[in-house]
Design a protein around this ligand. Structure first.
Ligand code: NAD
Length: 264
């Protein structure tokens, strides 16, 4: 029987590819995006998240089998923390009751290998404590100082999201309710988000220096979409709280072979 998926960012890039592949498999997809989706909503605002969840649950008929949250922006602007962190975490919290009604509920979100990059620990802490106003205040302070500091907002949003997934996935509301919650952390994916950067040799050199991808280089959106689909499939019974670096080897290149020293 077809499962009902809510896919955010369904109008472009990774979200659009995920929705297309799910549709091809006969699953039911409720797309959420600013425009060109079943549910048109702005996930940068708290009301937009409430409205999006209410409409998605209504369209689903009350029960949602899986949520795949892809909507995001990379601009060095304060809104990036709102869309990438609160637009994912609050929406998932609003959708959780409808997910809990499924026989095999699953959720997956899109972080980034950028979560490994320098960011703003203060903004990460503000986000994790649920204080959007404070996170925005810190982001505004950084972006006011120019694009170099403004760029810290994106990796901060993805670090906070990855940490939220780890701490939230093991709580009674998620693992305890039988809902696997995980994140995928892509490398450089060829989508409208990166098209401008990858157009010039200079842009490509900059990206490749920051995101080394020894396995097959820049990746197609399908490489992420297929993993998101597996993570939210019935087959995933025990994978929880993971941030999976599906990044052509960028994480292994940058962090090396010892990520266990925290307990040595
Ligand atoms: P994309 O720009 O092609 O698609 C993003 C989608 O999110 C768009 O359809 C956009 O309209 C939607 N969106 C943006 N703001 C929104 C809002 N306020 N409310 C509702 N929808 C909104 O980008 P993509 O490359 O497909 O990125 C998808 C996700 O993957 C993002 O979270 C991004 O940060 C992450 N990511 C991308 C890359 C990459 O290299 N492309 C790498 C790592 C992580």
């Amino acid at each position: 029987m077809a499962r009902t998926y809510v896919v955010t960012g369904s109008a472009s890039g990774i979200g659009a590819t995920t929705a297309k592949l799910l549709n091809e498999r006969g699953e039911r997809v409720i797309g959420v995006d600013l425009r060109g989706a079943d549910v048109e909503a702005d996930l940068s605002t708290s009301q937009g998240r409430i409205d999006a969840a209410a409409r998605a649950v209504e369209l689903a008929g009350g029960t949602i089998d899986a949520v795949i949250a892809c909507a995001g922006i990379s601009a060095p602007i304060p809104k990036t923390i709102s869309v990438n962190y609160f637009g994912v975490t609050e929406l998932l919290q609003h959708l959780r009751p409808a997910l809990a009604k499924s026989a095999a509920p699953r959720a997956a979100v899109v972080s980034s290998m950028a979560s490994l990059q320098p960011n703003s620990p203060e903004m990460v802490e503000a986000a994790l404590s649920g204080d959007e106003a404070e996170a925005l205040r810190i982001a505004e302070g950084l972006t006011a100082q120019g694009p170099e500091l403004g760029y810290l907002v994106y990796p901060a949003s993805k670090r906070a999201l990855a940490r939220w997934v780890r701490r939230t996935s093991i709580t009674p509301e998620w693992a305890g309710a039988g809902i696997p919650l995980n994140a995928v952390a892509p490398g450089t994916v060829v989508t409208p988000m990166t098209a401008g950067l990858l157009e010039t040799a200079e842009g490509r050199a900059m990206v490749d220096a920051a995101v080394p991808m020894p396995l097959n280089g820049h990746q197609p959106p399908e490489s992420i979409a297929n993993l998101l689909i597996w993570l939210t499939s019935v087959e995933n019974s025990h994978l929880a709280g993971q941030v999976i670096y599906d990044d052509g080897g960028a994480d292994a290149t940058l962090r090396g072979d010892d990520i266990w020293s925290w307990n040595d």
